[in-house]
Design a protein around this ligand. Structure first.
Ligand code: IPM
Ligand code: MG
Length: 380
């Protein structure tokens, strides 16, 4: 297969973790006989420095001419937010990209394998069943894209963010969620705040209308505050969660903490036609940027999602996911998932590149085993 990929490393840890993801991609291309042409573009603060814009037209053109977008992260250090380079950086870059290409659906899987519960901050008794959740987040509605306003009234400052949902936006998210649930355990939880918000009442109505097309999927509603609590008390009850943009942003960070770190969470943003942008939702982590200690797993797993969703390369995506799992099982830990108390059981604190080395090593093993299996099947 021959594909062109727009690579946008962005800010902070973006370029470090992207470099490792590209090594994995290169390995997959060589092993499975694909040609992935990667073309790098600038975005965020990095683009602002070079072009005076957080999303230069060169970058948009590059993305339009590509088969998928592999995105790193954008945003500046908290204490530099007042600098022009960082003012409105996220709105002007990643949110503008989502809007421009109409990335309406965002998939965020969070998973802990039952024998790796040691890396979760939750008690083993709470996650004994393991955790395997996909959050389907609506990505183009809500307060994110409503009018933002700040003004003075009676001499006091006031700020407003308008939140809007159309029934079509909810329908799109609901269809994506029901389809995802259908491929898994056929259990969908729709999360809203229908006891207070009008947008949530519309959300709930439309989700149940769409449910008529998916009678094999069991759907239940949950209020967002309760969902936040349930994710910590009993995450094993969830399979697929569908929710609005803002709730999805918050709940997906909470869900990412279950496996131990945002550094393990990948995401896919998809248009209705299947064009995709793949990014780790963990942010630019400026506090650890440039130190070689960031966890590359989220970026590597986002690359696997790209292979699966944009290119339908299931075996390749499975191979990467299995290699990540094996590297974690073998005890490799970046700082974000390293627990001092585990030192005795042979866990190894490693940097960004060493973690990717471990994954590449496991990938090599995985491919060798698969080749052997295929060979032996062929001789049967
Ligand atoms: C995410 C991020 C973004 C969001 C930011 C960077 C605008 O937190 O993808 O979860 O809020 O959507
Ligand atoms: Mg977020």
């Amino acid at each position: 297969m021959k594909r062109t990929i727009a690579v946008l490393p962005g800010d902070g840890i973006g370029s470090e973790v992207m470099a490792e993801a590209l090594r994995v991609l290169k390995f997959i291309a060589a092993k499975f006989g694909h040609e992935f042409e990667t073309k790098e573009g600038t975005v965020g603060g990095a683009a602002f420095e070079k072009f005076g814009s957080h999303l230069p037209s060169e970058t948009l053109e590059l993305c339009s001419a590509s088969d998928a977008i592999l995105f790193g992260s954008v945003g500046g250090p908290i204490n530099e937010m007042h600098k022009p380079k960082w003012i409105d950086c996220e709105r002007n870059s990643i949110l503008a990209l989502r809007k421009h290409f109409r990335f309406a659906i965002n998939l965020r899987p969070a998973r802990i394998y039952p024998d790796m519960i040691g890396i979760s901050p939750l008690k083993a008794s709470v996650i004994k069943k393991g955790v395997d959740i996909v959050i389907v987040r609506e990505l183009l509605g809500d307060a994110y894209f409503g009018k933002h306003n700040s003004f003075e009234r009676d001499g006091k400052r006031v700020a407003t963010d308008e939140s809007e949902y159309t029934e079509d936006q909810v329908k799109t998210a609901a269809h994506a969620a029901f389809k995802t649930a259908r491929q898994r355990s056929k259990h969908l939880t729709s999360v809203d705040k229908a006891n207070v918000l009008t947008t949530s009442r519309l959300w709930r109505q439309v989700v149940h209308e769409v449910a008529q097309d998916y009678k094999d999927v069991e759907v239940s509603d949950m209020l967002v505050d309760n969902c936040a609590m349930q994710l910590i008390l009993d995450p094993g009850q969830f399979d697929v969660i569908v929710t609005s943009n803002m709730f999805g942003d918050i709940l997906s960070d909470a869900a990412a903490a279950l496996p131990g770190s945002l550094g393990l969470m990948a995401s896919a943003s998809l248009t209705e036609a299947g064009f995709g942008l793949y990014e780790p939702p963990g942010g630019s982590a400026q506090d650890i940027a440039g130190k070689g200690i960031a966890n590359p797993i989220a970026q590597i797993l986002s690359t696997a999602l790209m292979l699966r969703h944009s290119f339908a390369l299931t075996a390749e995506a499975d191979a990467i996911e299995a290699a990540v799992e094996s590297a974690l099982r073998a005890g490799y830990r970046t700082g974000d998932i390293y627990d001092q108390s585990e030192k005795q059981d042979g866990k190894r604190l490693v940097g960004t590149t060493e973690m990717a080395d471990a994954i590449l090593h496991e990938l090599e093993n995985h491919c060798a085993v698969k080749k052997k299996e295929k060979g032996s099947l062929a001789t049967v």
